[in-house]
Design a protein. Structure first.
Lengths: 501, 312
């Protein structure tokens, strides 16, 4: 055999590799393929999600709801249909579930459910999230001995949300999970969430605040059990107020009063600097946004189709936040890049006087023995109190095993019920999403604040939009760009995202 | 002569099937032995890479759907978020240039200082320097984050002793990337030290003895004998550190989880953000392919300029 005609190993490997790459390129350059057919019913429903979620109807604010929300208007058009289609299911489910008994699962499922909890730290003892979740799950398991529930925790920041979203989208290891409303739409779009309509009783429908349903409704179907509305409020470290002889502000305090207090509470104690104010600035959080909105600006218009943070009111609001760091110098030097642990430690060690934060950490600070009070976010030029927050939800992933699906829904329903608060007093770490839920101190202090909260919109593009806004807010806080530039820079890209159907 | 010509004609008439059969007859067992390893490589490396390449031309969705979009993901990769990916490439190239240069210099210097020592002392130092390499990168990053803390960090404590500072190591956009680079440089380049000391040990002592007879000093011997003779190891170490630097992620992710504007964005943190926080799988795959092309190009250049034909 001559060398010329011999098929060498090198040639063989090269030919195989070449064939693979050529195949890839040919496939890529081919005509637009028809999207793969999905067998999942939820997926087909979700295919039209973005259009439904971004097509807005005029605002239909409901007085019974404890929130003023632009997102509540997103699917008003489909409300009637949803009510009509769910009524049959409601009758069936209501018959299957004893009225008032939220804890007993009649699913017949025997096995393990995986429950992912926001803010839960495995083995952690000091966190309010840990105690409430552990106790609630223990109560459910006691009432349903055949069902074992395993808890997995994830952090309340952008990285944590990425972790849960990807675990859910991967389709394994998560049966029930807690999530804020603005992180839910991409998962619904992917068909990774099971609709709850067939498991919702008539009592649930009248008990849960109706405009919260609007936040989880896509194409007429409901995709989550609303749990609570944790609004951002101001935590006051009262021992520092006493130490400096500063009176606690009233419920209607203004931004100027806030600045004056923050200045008085920024001082040096035994070589250690105490700061008047700080908050987390993270793409997954809106803890500083109420200050930006205090002059009357909202991030998006009422129909969620236009970016409106770059109005004069938004610019002056951001300037208020920026001035705290650059002009009044009442924030720690790392303001803008701090982690939650940094601020929690500073609060516990009485090195920080005020912190704008949702209600969830109130229990943690109380458990740590900290003396604190809650106040609304200071009022700006708008003359009205404003807060911000997402709605805490409990969702369920789709499961082909009907018994397991029912068991997961039963667990989700129990975890968002008034009964769980009776079984585990202090379970609710924020004002509840049901009219029948009453929360205990210190979370009840957030109830009036929830009524003023702007709720993050349930839009598929929201996770991307907040990532576009975030670095610009940081750069303004660092003094690298003006507040006006910071809010104008992402405008065109955000508007084009909002325009996509 | 006629016989030879006849033979050639016979061979050239072999069909492709016969040639393939002959190939497997000769090399078949070799491939059987490497098959398990090849399969693992194909499933866990080759297939994901090729799939990422395909996805980079699609509007991909994990649970089905998504069509072909041509080169749209590639243009989106560079234009989205006000072109932050370009900033990420610049940051990564800067990080790579500084840290690879510093790591090679430090590894070479430490190895050269260890090399003349006795066998046992040398082993002790090798082990000591390699110790940080077995510690989790996340733990190292958390420790650095603490040391860089503006209010109670170690560095500002030291600066405070001489009345300087405080410096906003991880919250000033003009400093943050440099702080991350500093943390990389000050973490001993363990792999480089181990490889360089091994390479230096293998240089025949005859050369050093001959050079000593000619009156060469320690520096001259190092420059004219050691460095040229460990060139192939240097090439490997440079490529190793270059690839690792281009893929910098966990340090940035742990030290500045919320970012510092866009000043600490690197290629992989940007890919992570695109895929795991924005769920744009196609754009993220396009960015990953760009990273692959960048690393491959730089590696080819390094091979071209650092290739060694020295044998001893």
């Amino acid at each position: 055999m001559t060398e010329k005609n011999k098929l060498s190993r090198r040639k063989f490997v090269a030919l195989t590799g070449g064939a693979l790459v050529t195949g890839g390129i040919l496939a890529a350059c081919g005509e637009t393929a028809t999207p793969a057919t999905t067998t999942n019913a939820a997926t087909s429903a979700a295919a039209t999600t973005s259009a439904a979620a971004t097509t807005a109807a005029p605002a239909a604010t409901t007085s019974a709801a404890a929130v003023t929300t632009t997102a509540a208007t997103t699917s008003a058009a489909v409300t009637t249909t949803a009510a009509a289609t769910t009524s049959a299911a409601v009758t069936t489910t209501a018959a299957a579930t004893t009225s008032g008994d939220f804890i007993t699962s009649k699913s017949g499922f025997k096995g393990t459910l995986n429950y992912w909890v926001l803010g839960y730290t495995p083995g952690g003892t000091g966190s309010a999230f840990n105690k409430s979740s552990d106790s609630a799950v223990a109560a459910f398991s006691k009432a349903n001995p055949d069902i074992k529930v395993e808890i997995t925790g994830y952090a309340a920041d952008n990285a944590g949300f990425a972790k849960i979203v990807n675990a859910v989208q991967a389709g394994s290891g998560v049966d029930v999970f807690r999530i804020p409303n603005d992180s839910l739409p991409p998962m619904i779009k992917q068909g990774a969430i099971a609709p709850i309509d067939d498991f919702l009783t008539a009592e649930d429908k009248t008990d849960i605040l109706p405009n919260l349903f609007d936040l989880v409704k896509v194409d007429g179907k409901l995709y989550a059990w609303p749990l609570w509305v944790p609004p951002v409020a101001m935590y006051l470290n009262t021992d520092i107020f006493k130490e400096k002889g500063v009176d606690l502000p009233g419920m209607d305090w203004t931004y100027d009063q806030f600045v004056e207090i923050a200045k008085k509470l920024t001082f040096t104690r035994g070589g250690q600097k105490v700061y008047g104010y700080s908050a987390l600035v993270d793409p997954g959080l809106v803890d500083t946004w109420p200050i930006i909105m205090s002059d009357g600006a909202l991030p998006l218009d009422a129909t969620n189709t236009k970016y409106t943070f770059n109005t004069p009111e938004g610019v002056s609001g951001l300037k208020k936040l920026v001035d705290l760091a650059l002009v009044h110098k009442v924030t720690p030097p790392d303001f803008g890049t701090q982690k939650q642990d940094d601020i929690l430690t500073a609060m516990k060690q009485k090195l920080q006087a005020m912190w704008s934060r949702p209600s969830g950490d109130a229990g943690t600070l109380k458990a740590a023995g900290l003396n604190f009070e809650i106040r609304p976010i200071p009022i700006g030029k708008s003359g009205k109190p404003i807060s911000a927050g997402g709605v805490g939800l409990v969702s369920v992933t789709p499961n082909k095993d009907a018994a397991k699906q029912k068991a997961a829904m039963d667990l989700a329903r129990y975890l968002t019920s008034p009964q769980v608060e009776k079984d585990v007093p202090g379970y609710y770490l924020a004002p509840g999403a049901r009219k029948s839920v009453s929360v205990v101190d210190p979370y009840n202090k957030f109830t009036p604040i929830a009524a003023t909260a702007w709720i993050t919109p349930s839009l598929p593009a929201w996770t991307q939009i907040r990532t576009l806004i975030h670095p610009n807010l940081q750069n303004a806080i660092f003094g690298k760009i003006t507040p006006e530039d910071a809010l104008n820079k992402p405008a065109s890209e955000i508007n084009s995202l909002l325009a996509q159907k | 002569m006629a016989d030879v010509a006849l033979k050639k004609v016979k061979v050239s008439r072999q069909s492709p099937t016969q040639r393939l059969s002959g190939f497997f007859k000769k090399y078949g067992w070799s491939y059987v032995f490497v098959l398990p390893s090849l399969l693992v490589f194909a499933i866990f490396t080759l297939f994901p890479v090729l799939w990422a390449f395909v996805i980079s031309f699609q509007d991909f969705r994990p649970r089905g759907g998504g069509g072909w979009v041509g080169f749209k993901n590639y243009t989106d990769a560079f234009t989205t978020q006000d072109g932050v990916f370009v900033q990420a490439i610049k940051n990564t190239v800067f990080y790579t240039l500084v840290t690879v240069t510093a790591n090679i210099f430090i590894a070479l210097t430490i190895s050269s200082l260890i090399q003349p020592l006795s066998k046992y002392v040398k082993t002790f130092f090798r082990a000591a320097f390699y110790l940080p390499a077995v510690v989790s990168a996340v733990i190292i990053a958390v420790t650095w984050r603490w040391m860089f803390n503006t209010q109670w960090g170690f560095f500002n404590y030291l600066l405070g002793l001489v009345g300087a500072g405080p410096v906003r190591w991880l919250s000033d956009p003009d400093i943050a990337l440099n702080s991350i680079i500093l943390s990389t440089i000050l973490t001993v380049p363990a792999t480089g030290i181990v490889l360089f000391t091994a390479a230096m040990d293998s240089v025949p002592t005859d050369y050093y003895e001959a050079a000593a007879l000619e009156g060469a000093g320690a520096v001259r011997k190092w420059w004219s004998i050691t460095l040229p003779l460990i060139k192939s190891t240097t090439l490997y170490v440079v490529i190793f550190y270059t690839i690792a630097s281009f893929e910098i992620f966990e340090k940035v992710y742990v030290m500045v989880p919320s970012g510092v504007g866009d000043s600490t964005q690197t290629i992989v943190t940007q890919i992570y953000q695109t895929v795991f926080q924005q769920f744009r799988y196609g754009v993220a795959s396009a960015q990953a392919i760009v990273l692959f092309l960048l690393v491959a190009s730089v590696s080819v250049l390094q091979f071209r300029f650092l290739k060694s034909d020295v044998e001893y």
